[in-house]
Design a protein around this ligand. Structure first.
Ligand code: DLL
Length: 440
């Protein structure tokens, strides 16, 4: 049986390429990329200072001689100072929202847009998308890369698109009910939101036409996947990407859910210790560092993603040879240090979702009322578990506090919240409120 189902216009033989050939292709493409970057002042300076030319890149280890690129470098070259083509050759600009201040812009040529659509198409096909499917895209269409990136990927596969965009949850449900799409695409937190509103509108999961969901753009846990699969009666797939590198399409899961296959013919992947910058072996958590190999408008060398994950090069039964990344367990910049403990929001999510009675809706707040930091987790109770009996709620609260303590090693205040009270997300959920900057 063919393990990789081929959808003709999407399949690229590079997906099954033996490692040796893949490495050779990467090296050739890396040298080309360096050539394209030779006149970009930031890289020109770095190449001159490091006395490195494309001819010096003889093996993948030589990648380590290249400079890192960071979010700060992008900011210093705002808005399009890292572009490797003139403005006249740009076909589109996207950007990441940026939590503070201005977005980071990235440019695409027409060829980049075509490459990007192909990359999205590949992971969608790996996760079950077929030309006869209808797909509802509930990602924002705009500077954010989610909407347009996936849109053109679906088009490449040949499936029908409902470009619903993010938000208008009742309208999303109307579209699902009336047009009967097979697939939904959005952030995992928005998928939960849609499921919840659908239920409140009287739809049972099995009433909905959806069979598959492709989710990405924010961290989520395995328990969250199970909640989404149950509440929408679908198979849920994870996909990862970031605007600086291209947007969605960097990696995605196949039917085996063994981690997300990197599309290594287009990106070089490194996993490093964020402090020592040394490479991490397979299976050990580190920061992903990505180099784009085929982008024309704004190629990026060794981008420090700040996303922490593990990488696995072992074979996958699907036959794809691209290494796989684990879920993103956190970002180097969203790790909370509270009373000496390093805590990722994903640890809290994982613990909460295992407790009977809690809904997958929570917010973490950190304050510094005196000398010591205090962490509070507000979590909603599932409607069927909500009770007027103080003793029952108290017991549940204590249970949650105990579980969180053992997951994190610190005492955390727990506040139980009535069902449906926390703000729902339509895009990337904001789970952490850190008030310490304001109070210290
Ligand atoms: O979120 C690109 C994207 C859109 C990917 C839609 C997948 C689907 P940015 O807005 O630049 O781009 O944000 C990139 O989002 O560095 C991660 O921290 C996070 N992220 C993206 N996908 C995942 C995922 C898009 N599957 C940042 N799991 C990245 C965990 C993710 N985090």
């Amino acid at each position: 049986m063919a393990l990789v189902e081929l959808v003709n216009n999407v399949f690229d033989p590079a997906e099954l390429m033996p490692r040796e050939e893949l490495t050779a292709l990467q090296l050739e493409r890396l040298r080309d990329t360096m050539g394209r970057l030779a006149e970009v002042p930031f890289y020109k300076y770095a190449f001159t200072r490091g006395r490195i030319t494309p001819d010096d890149i003889k093996s993948l280890d030589d990648v380590r001689r290249l400079p890192f690129t960071t979010k700060d470098d992008m900011r210093h070259n705002y808005p399009l100072g890292l572009a490797a083509v003139p403005r006249s050759e740009m076909a589109r600009i996207h950007g990441s929202s940026g939590t503070t201040g201005k977005p980071t812009f990235v440019g695409y040529t027409h060829k980049d847009l075509d490459t990007w659509a192909g990359l999205c198409a590949r992971f969608l096909v790996a996760g079950g998308l077929r030309p006869d499917h209808m797909v509802q895209v509930a990602f924002g269409y705009g500077l954010f890369t989610g909407g347009f990136g996936l849109h053109y990927g679906i088009e490449k596969v040949g499936a029908a698109i409902i470009p619903a965009a993010a938000g208008g949850t009742l309208r999303q449900i109307m579209l699902i009910n009336d047009l009967k799409p097979d697939v939904i695409i959005c952030t995992p937190s928005y998928a939960l939101n849609i499921a919840e509103v659908a239920r409140a509108e009287g739809y049972m999961p099995e009433d909905l036409s959806l069979k598959y969901g492709h989710f990405g753009g924010e961290p989520w846990t395995e328990d969250m996947r199970q909640a989404i699969e149950r509440d929408l009666d679908i198979h849920a797939f994870n996909n990862y990407g970031l605007s600086e590198i291209i947007g969605p399409g960097v990696s995605g899961e196949c039917m085996y859910h063994n981690g997300m296959h990197f599309q290594e013919d287009h990106f070089i992947v490194e996993c490093i210790d964020p402090d020592t910058l040394e490479p991490m072996p397979d299976g050990e958590r580190g920061e992903l560092v990505l180099t784009s190999l085929t982008k024309e408008a704004m190629p990026i060398l060794r981008y420090r993603t700040r996303d922490l994950a593990t990488v696995d090069h072992s074979p996958c039964p699907c036959g794809r040879t691209g290494a796989r990344m684990s879920r993103v367990v956190g970002r180097t910049d969203d790790m909370l240090i509270v009373r000496g403990a390093n805590i990722f929001p994903s640890q809290i999510e994982e613990a909460l979702l295992r407790i009977e009675g809690t809904a997958p809706q929570y917010v973490i707040e950190v304050n510094r009322p005196g000398a010591l930091d205090e962490m509070t987790v507000r979590v909603e109770i599932r409607p069927q578990d909500f009770s007027d009996k103080m003793s029952q709620m108290q017991a549940l609260r204590d249970r949650i506090a105990t579980v969180l303590h053992s997951a994190t090693g610190i005492s955390i205040n727990v506040e139980l919240i009535e069902p449906q009270t926390l703000e729902r997300s339509i895009g990337k959920a904001k789970r952490v409120i850190d008030n310490r900057d304001k109070t210290s």
